[in-house]
Write a protein of this length. Structure first.
Length: 133
């Protein structure tokens, strides 16, 4: 709800990145028993990242493990967000972001390859250019 009233896309993106970092931390610590599914659901509902492509990195890294059980609608939102960020920032994108995109796209292609058809040709070309393979 707080994100709905936030007017700055950059601030929204940073909040989404922070939530993604919390998911990564919770999933990476076996001694921490924090349910991440509600955080993942909130993150998916709050997409897209718009103004800060660096915040896409923790988001796609956090969501990579959830690709198999993501709804088609959420997967489409993730793919469209990756596509749009790749179109808008492809030439200036950091290698860390490209690596995150590469990893989640490989996972999507392997496990949910049919979903890739949601990207238009411009998005497909931009995502391919962003991938580090």
């Amino acid at each position: 709800k707080l994100l709905a009233i936030e007017k700055s896309d950059t601030v929204r993106d940073q909040i989404l990145g922070a939530v993604a970092r919390m998911i990564l931390a919770a999933n990476g610590d076996q001694n921490l028993n924090v349910p991440t599914d509600p955080m993942v659901e909130g993150l998916l509902q709050a997409l897209p990242i718009k103004a800060d492509p660096m915040e896409l990195t923790p988001v796609v890294c956090a969501l990579e493990a959830y690709v198999p059980k993501m709804s088609d609608a959420h997967l489409k939102a993730v793919l469209k967000n990756i596509g749009q960020i790749s179109v808008d920032f492809g030439k200036t994108m950091e290698d860390e972001t490209k690596l995150g995109i590469t990893r989640i796209m490989q996972r999507i292609q392997k496990e949910r390859g049919d979903a890739l058809s949601v990207l238009d040709s411009e998005e497909q070309q931009a995502v391919q250019a962003a991938c580090l393979v």
